[in-house]
Write a protein that binds this ligand. Structure first.
Ligand code: TMP
Length: 440
């Protein structure tokens, strides 16, 4: 696809202006009464389209004695008519989600380990960065592909920050903010040629502050590369379980283009990935710097595809909400019928996504007896809200069950391959993506 020269020029001019006049950045707006008024107006632009009910902290697996203190909030979703960003209506306090007890270990997911190794190799080849920072470095799956002489991590979950410190990577155990970016600068770090983040930027509630902090630490020739679940894929697949407390936003390229430009940054490439049920990897640079990272057609192709799907139109979200309601009715009807027929049902993968599904659909141990999960920290506990027990896969004979719900539907192929014996013995899988269905 070819891009018109005027379009490119307009594009770059807009981003350049914001880069050169940082007072235009939303971050600088707070505290100024005139600009606070603008922010209040902006809030009015957010229109609710989906209510997923009362939900617990999606990754807070718990013991019985913790039931009485379990935290719940209302999971509602809004569309910002101004920026086109889809976000939670009320954010959950970050410290309640990201702390010492955080249980998602990226290194325990074999497909994701391979994904991050390949990503690091590709970035090394393409950009050859001399300095690297990862925001949300988890247990070091991405970091370990780079030398610890020139690579640092940022990770608010103390348990993981300790792991990467132990691997020799300086790790700031803090949330990513402009304040932290200043601290990193003051500690004597030079600007970074590569700032990378996977499944992390969509967790950050104040995106203007986040992008402004990135711009603060990105070297002139540097690239900021981040990947998160794609809103377009979520809308296409009806995978409403991408929505939970940690995902403060579900990104479209359209909304990111608007927000990054506002903060003096510009998208120059987009990769559509299959991980996490369909993600986008976004490549960003400073607009006013001549570099090799010229704008690639992918950005315009993605914007065009999103526009033709109606990503900028509120009606699209109303249609999606209807589909989500139907998915709930279909899933509950199927599980109740199977139970009435005397079938036994379990679930594979105690995911944040399944927290959304089970709590929205009101599914508990009366319908699904247990969940198996390979993560040791989840085993022996019960799932948030639904209180379905989570156990080690090795402790369960799957042949005792007739149906397995795919809590980790994004690993459908991997799981179906691992559990061939279950299928050979007559076992069937249930998924709700893209529609509620049984398959074997
Ligand atoms: P994710 O969908 O957020 O990546 O989480 C996947 C979860 O599913 C994680 O807790 C590990 C678990 N899992 C299994 O229990 N069995 C499997 O075969 C796979 C691939 C994942």
């Amino acid at each position: 696809m070819s891009v018109k020269k005027e379009e490119l020029d307009r594009w770059i001019r807009e981003a350049q202006m914001n880069a050169e006049f940082p007072q235009h950045r939303a971050h600088g707006m707070y505290g100024d009464p005139k600009l606070d008024k603008i922010n209040r107006e902006k809030k009015k632009m957010k229109k609710e389209f989906l209510d997923l009910g009362r939900q617990p902290i999606a990754n807070k697996f718990l013991k019985e004695e913790e039931f009485s203190d379990e935290f719940f909030y209302d999971l509602k979703v809004v569309f910002d008519k101004d920026t086109k960003l889809v976000s939670l209506k009320e954010f959950v306090k970050p410290e309640l989600m990201f702390n010492e007890d955080y249980v998602y270990h990226t290194s325990l997911s074999v497909p994701m380990v391979k994904h991050f190794k390949e990503t690091a190799e590709m970035l090394m080849k393409e950009f050859n960065p001399l300095t690297v920072m990862e925001i949300g470095s988890n247990d070091g799956v991405f970091l370990k592909n780079w030398s610890n002489d020139y690579t640092i991590g940022v990770e608010p979950c103390g348990n993981f920050a300790k792991v990467t410190e132990g691997m020799g990577y300086q790790t700031y155990s803090e949330f990513w903010t402009t304040e932290l970016s200043e601290k990193i600068k003051n500690d004597g770090h030079v600007d970074f040629d590569l700032i990378y983040a996977a499944n992390c930027i969509c967790h950050i509630q104040d995106l203007d502050d986040c992008f402004s902090a990135v711009a603060n630490l990105l070297s002139d020739k540097g690239v900021f590369v981040f990947e998160d679940p794609s809103l377009l894929r979520m809308l296409e697949r009806g995978s409403y379980d991408q929505i939970y407390d940690e995902h403060a936003h579900v990104f479209s390229v359209t909304a990111l283009d608007n927000l990054l430009k506002k903060n003096g940054l510009i998208i120059f490439d987009v990769d559509n990935l299959s991980v996490h049920g369909g993600s986008n990897r976004i490549y960003v640079k400073k607009p006013n710097i001549a570099s090799d990272n010229t704008l690639r057609p992918s950005i315009f192709e993605n914007l065009k595809e999103e526009k033709s799907f109606g990503i900028d139109n509120f009606k699209t979200y109303e249609i999606f909400a209807e589909r989500v309601k139907k998915s709930k009715d279909d899933l509950v009807e199927l599980l109740v019928k199977l139970k009435d027929d005397g079938k036994r049902i379990m679930s594979i993968g105690a995911t944040s996504k399944s927290t959304t599904v089970f709590n929205y659909c009101g599914i508990s141990t009366d319908l699904i007896e247990l969940i198996t999960d390979t993560t040791k920290d989840k085993q022996g506990l019960v799932a948030p809200g639904s209180h379905i027990p989570v156990v080690d896969r090795e402790s369960v004979n799957l042949n005792d069950y007739d149906y397995a719900f795919l809590g980790a539907w994004n690993f459908k192929e991997v799981i179906a391959d691992k559990e061939r014996e279950f299928v050979e013995n007559g076992g069937k899988f249930i998924t709700h993506v893209p529609e509620v269905m049984v398959f074997s």
